[in-house]
Write a protein that binds this ligand. Structure first.
Ligand SMILES: NC(=O)c1ccc[n+]([C@@H]2O[C@H](COP(=O)([O-])OP(=O)(O)OC[C@H]3O[C@@H](n4cnc5c(N)ncnc54)[C@H](OP(=O)(O)O)[C@@H]3O)[C@@H](O)[C@H]2O)c1
Length: 295
């Protein structure tokens, strides 16, 4: 199988490249070679590659910046997704597209199912929802849209990397304790995407996250605990105080959902996989980071 991957340098993109099953050939142009906002170039690149599968792991992911950069966020998250869908349609390929828990407003109070009505609170969520719609309209029956949440990996910008940096720099770190979700290791999402790639009839909308729930505060405490056990915090880093704070004490340009837990039961069942608790995933990711640091 040949897969055309957009966003191959991102957190998820790197994990997709690292976990590709034997027999899968990946073509992953970097953003410098192909911006998915350029429709003619995107169509040309996909037609030249003639893939069986297009995977969209590319996105404008700067949630706060999107509030003042609406055009750029929509150009990538909606326009870019539409361009990839048009390219996939032209070569009769399937498209797997990744979306976000931020399409929801967080008011439901229970895990979100795929048939719950979306209602984004900010520009990033709006642009991602527009991307979902574009993909599903362009490729009904041959597209799979997978929403995920709170992604992190041992590469790139994410909450774990930020916490490890702050633990090394400060005696006390304040972390929002009234927003909850499911931290998800990009590695596990990548493996789920490859599992879906082997199920050609799977189409429509799915939710996929690691198991369990946390607030950002809980997540930070677990990062400190596990990083201390693994010896990857600098001297004194384990003694850092973590203070739980309400969202209003940490104002950001974009509003975020208070509870954006995704109901992933159906996806775990469909993929016949044992869900991994986010704490176990965090341990695995931090162990990988430690090995990388000593390599
Ligand atoms: N991060 C999260 O917490 C989170 C949560 C829920 C859902 N998601 C979704 O999960 C997916 C993967 O996210 P991620 O965290 O892996 O993102 P990421 O690390 O920010 O990577 C984004 C990727 O998109 C590429 N990209 C951006 N603009 C592009 C353009 N115009 N043309 C081509 N490529 C472009 C980037 O290239 P450069 O590296 O060259 O800029 C990078 O490879 C996205 O759909 C995101 O919306 C993420």
């Amino acid at each position: 199988m040949k897969a055309f991957l957009a966003g191959g340098s991102g957190q998820l993109g790197r994990e997709l490249r690292a976990t590709a099953p034997a027999g899968v050939v990946i073509e992953a142009p970097m953003r410098s070679e192909l911006s998915i906002t350029n429709r003619p170039r995107t169509l040309e690149a996909i037609e030249a590659a003639a893939p069986d599968l297009v995977i969209n792991a590319a996105a404008y992911t700067a949630v706060d910046q999107a509030e003042s950069d609406r055009e750029a966020a929509f150009a990538v998250n909606a326009g870019g997704a539409a361009n990839l869908a048009a390219g996939a349609a032209a070569v009769e390929a399937r498209l797997i597209h990744v979306s976000t828990d931020f399409v929801f407003d967080g008011e439901k109070g229970h895990p979100y199912r795929v048939d719950d009505p979306p209602h984004p609170l900010g520009v990033y969520g709006e642009s991602k929802l527009a991307g979902e719609t574009a993909v599903r309209e362009a490729l009904p029956g041959r597209s799979l849209v997978i929403r995920t949440s709170w992604l992190y990996s041992s590469h790139g910008h994410n909450f774990v990397a930020t916490m490890l940096r702050l633990f090394a720099e400060r005696p006390e770190v304040s972390v929002v304790a009234d927003q909850i979700g499911s931290p998800t290791w990009a590695h596990n999402l990548a493996k789920a995407i490859w599992a879906w790639s082997a199920r050609p009839s799977a189409s429509g909308l799915r939710h996929f996250a690691d198991a369990g729930v946390a607030s950002w505060y809980d997540f930070a405490v677990a990062i400190r605990e596990r990083a201390t056990e693994l010896g990857i915090l600098p001297a004194g880093g384990d003694g850092v105080a973590i203070r739980p704070i309400p969202s209003e004490k940490y104002p950001t340009p974009a509003r975020r959902p208070a509870s954006s837990i995704l109901d992933s039961f159906a996806s775990w069942e469909e993929l016949e996989m044992t869900p991994v608790h986010w704490r176990d995933s965090l341990s695995a990711m931090l162990s990988e980071l430690r090995v990388g640091a000593h390599a």
